[in-house]
Design a protein around this ligand. Structure first.
Ligand code: ADP
Ligand code: MG
Length: 323
């Protein structure tokens, strides 16, 4: 990832997370490290089950009880949030970092008017009057492109696209420095997807917001993010500027992912990746991708390739320079 002069808002260091299940320990994230700077949009991608949501939930202190942090640190503005007290976590959530959840459109509370949910969120975190909270909510609703006259409605009166806009407004309500959006466009039709991406692009022009955008859809990242991180089976396979990742991917998995999304760059047609991501209870030895890789050599089966940095472009592949 490009090391810019700007300040780091979030730094994840060697994060490891497992889920304890009856079948065994699911190693959902291992040795995950990356930084997000102020104002930066970072895309996190990879097939379903590779640990994207798990990483986000750890940043939000919202892992389910079977989710265990095995190691590592998560720094927000220089402080390790994993050491926060319960009170500090309450203060941190939504005010410092907020999250738009996967399938979030259904997360709006159906029995409350949307405007009331927003003013309540503001007043939980800040000592402001009802009027001020209302004014700020209406401003935000307007800024996500919804007619303020609709603000007085209930969630069921809104279309899917409106609800998703409102979820974005709700995530911004306490002016967090970082927003995590987990598959924010996945359930939407193509037209509405485009509008939501447009909205995110407008927000980046108007604010200094940092965004961690999680999506299995690489074209979404190509359209909105400065940097991209590709995860495979709980580990980072490759990361760098979006431009580099899309024009000169160096990990065989990234190459396959890009060629399986014809809308992104290629017109060659769809190139599916054969096989499924591995079982994370017994992950493959060595490089976790080796069983599906076209370029596998013996070393890949036995030794975990380190994520090697060359001018901000990080790749975990033994064959980085000879394929
Ligand atoms: N609560 C849970 N209990 C057990 N395993 C889980 C739980 N949540 C996720 N997992 C497993 O952890 C891995 C990573 O999941 P997840 O972070 O949701 O991936 P992604 O968001 O990339 O699709 C997967 O193997 C998934 O089955
Ligand atoms: Mg997910």
């Amino acid at each position: 990832m490009t090391e810019s002069q700007s300040e780091v808002v979030m730094e994840i260091k060697e994060l490891g997370i497992s889920y304890i299940t009856k079948q065994g320990k699911v190693r959902a994230a291992e040795d995950v490290s990356f930084k997000i700077h102020y104002g930066e949009f970072v895309g996190l991608s990879g097939e379903s089950g590779c640990g994207k949501t798990t990483t986000a939930l750890a940043v939000m202190h919202l892992l389910p009880k079977e989710g265990i942090i095995e190691g590592g640190e998560i720094f927000f503005k220089g402080r390790n949030i994993l050491e926060y007290t319960d009170d500090e976590v309450l203060e941190y959530l939504w005010r410092d970092v907020s999250m738009i959840f996967q399938g979030a459109m259904n997360a709006l509370n159906p029995v409350h008017k949307v405007i009331d949910q927003m003013t309540t969120a503001i007043r939980i975190h800040e000592d402001v009057s009802e009027e001020e909270a209302m004014e700020r909510s209406l401003e935000l609703i307007d800024s996500v492109g919804i007619d303020v006259s609709r603000a007085d409605g209930y969630p069921h009166e809104m279309s899917g696209g409106m609800k998703q806009r409102l979820m974005i407004a709700l995530a911004l309500v306490c002016h967090p420095a970082l927003v995590i959006a987990d598959e924010p466009t996945t359930a939407l039709d193509v037209m509405v997807q485009a509008q939501i991406l447009e909205l995110l692009n407008q927000l980046r022009e108007r604010t200094s917001l940092s965004l961690l955008l999680i999506t299995h859809d690489l074209s979404v990242i190509a359209e909105t993010c400065d940097n991209a991180i590709i995860m495979y089976a709980g580990r980072i396979a490759e990361m760098g500027t979006t431009k580099k990742i899309f024009s000169e991917p160096e990990h065989p998995y990234t190459m396959k992912l890009i060629s399986s999304f014809p809308s992104v760059l290629t017109e060659k047609g769809i190139d599916f990746i054969p096989g499924n991501p591995p079982d994370l209870i017994n992950p493959p030895s060595g490089c976790r991708y080796h069983e599906r890789c076209d370029y596998v050599i013996d070393r890949c089966r036995h030794e975990v390739p380190p994520l090697e940095d060359e001018q901000g472009h990080r790749v975990a592949c033994w064959r980085r320079h000879d394929i």
